[in-house]
Design a protein around this ligand. Sequence first.
Ligand SMILES: *[C@@H]1O[C@H](CO)[C@@H](O)[C@H](O)[C@H]1NC(C)=O
Ligand SMILES: *[C@@H]1O[C@H](CO)[C@@H](O)[C@H](O)[C@H]1NC(C)=O
Length: 512
Amino acid sequence: MYLHTFSPASLLLAWAICSASVWVLFRIYYTKLQTANRARRTDLMQRLGRSSDSQHLVGFFHPYCNAGGGGERVLWTAIAAIQRTEPNIVSIVYSGDIDATKEEIISKVKARFDIALDPKALDFVFLNSRKIVEDSTWPYFTLLGQSLGSMYLAWEAMSKLIPDLYIDTMGYAFTFHVVNLLAGIPVGAYVHYPTISTNMLNRVKSRERWHTNSDTISSSTFLSQCKLLYYRIFMYYYSLSLRSAAFIMVNSSWTQKHVNAILQHSDFVLDTLHRMIPFKMSSKNKYGSATSAQIVYPPCDTREISQFPLTGRDRVILSLAQFRPEKDHPTQLRAFSRLLQDHPQYIDSDHPVKLVLIGGSRNADDEARVQSLRSLAKDLGLQEYTEFIVNAPYPIMLNWLAKASIGLSTMVDEHFGINVVEFMAAGLIPVAHKSGGPLQDIVVPFHGQPTGYHADSVETFAEALHTALSLSDDEEHVIRQRARTWAVQRFSEEEFEQSWNASQWKSFLPVN
Ligand SMILES: *[C@@H]1O[C@H](CO)[C@@H](O)[C@H](O)[C@H]1NC(C)=O
Ligand SMILES: *[C@@H]1O[C@H](CO)[C@@H](O)[C@H](O)[C@H]1NC(C)=O
């Protein structure tokens, strides 16, 4: 009797009924949501004092829009550009800053970034459940927890207002499925940093192999297998999410390389399993899906520092980096020591060359690092020629940027290197590590001519410093000018707007 109840035919029937009901319930919900949304749009247009026809809504998913960091500068610059050039577009920001008002956010943007926003072409949808994407909510399985949380948050967003185009500017790729499903609108993204990278996956993989080869207890092998599986599943769905976007912009070559790798990622086993899930969220997007990411460099504020004079500079080598291990300050001291050994003339003069290290110290570890750097400088006999400035106030830093000659940066594989951009805009000649952003994006030839120097060891850093210090006045002036022109132009708001335009975002808006 029981066997009969669970026969394949009845299971199939139950499954069919179940899927049909889910589908029907979903269609009812979808239709109600769309109807309610039409009323919400009309309301919004009235509130903003606009006529509701021929207006488009572009929604920016940026739950931390009031944070005042680099990601927020990108968001507000994009919105300001849209306001300037597209009179029929209203920008909507999905924000979790429920304790701030629209007016407060707008005036903070003005104060922090000097970006003026028109309140008539901008509105906020405030989200109450932002805490669900916070780190602290998910002490375990953080990646997964935050991603599921972001899907819930996107549901809240779409149930409050559906725009015509959705752009995620904070890296919540898992929200794309929710938006595709509930809103049926095109999705785009500006990615600062991939949520999980193929590197991470490979690291776990190789650790796993290492465990298998050693005689570590099997339980830890089991754990690392689980972790690998977790990452693998996560990567599969992350890649699926990114592919459901119609266009993807990235902030640097580094991020582009990683995002492109993720877009190409394939996993035959998981793909086969995924196809068997009955109620899966579709990764298909009728607006086409991105196959590669396009670089849109974020704008940097170089207005003030690019006014500093190029001539009359002191013989100061300036380092501008938090006292963190990856910044590799010891190499700076060793290279400087090497320079003085090879070329004692730099200190046997009335104006000895000096190395100034400015940086933030966040905690006791950083403080200890500063102490050990000071003693390294002493051991190398550099005391007289080096100066450490810890947690300098902004005006002091500007003061050094206005008078130093050379900017030194030794970090390996830095994703970007805003300090190097600042060196160049301020008129310093950059000497930066031959890797990452400084190699690929920043200290690159301009009209075929160099804008600075690269090095990758104590010896080559010493040589590059010597080259930069021994330029003739004319050569020096030319290279400072070139570096400044390049940095200011490449990381300008105008350049940003041009590349943002090139992403074709506008072509995804519905035609009226
Ligand atoms: C891109 O975003 C990441 C993460 O916020 C940041 O570390 C990096 O400096 C950014 N790159 C640029 C070019 O601003
Ligand atoms: C971007 O496109 C808009 C028109 O859509 C145009 O007005 C604006 O000048 C463009 N910006 C740049 C920097 O090309």
